[in-house]
Design a binder for this molecule. Structure first.
Ligand code: SF4
Length: 62
């Protein structure tokens, strides 16, 4: 699984960081970025929760 954050849509709420800090990080600009190129299998559920929980629908998984 790969995850991406649309930086144009992200508003920096931080829901994703709370749900899966192993994959998402806030940049100095206050927006989320993905810090792993391939999401490990054991974190896939947490990444799906983050994508579902993102108020801006800024996270794409595939
Ligand atoms: S939950 Fe969505 S809007 Fe909030 S920081 Fe994460 S990607 Fe950005």
């Amino acid at each position: 699984m790969k995850a991406t954050v649309d930086s144009d849509s992200c508003r920096g709420h931080g829901v994703c960081l709370t749900l899966c800090p192993e994959v998402f990080e806030l940049t100095d600009d206050g927006y989320a970025e993905v810090i792993v190129s391939d999401v490990p299998a054991e974190l896939e559920d947490a990444v799906r929760s983050a994508a579902d929980g993102c108020p801006e629908r800024a996270i794409t998984i595939g």
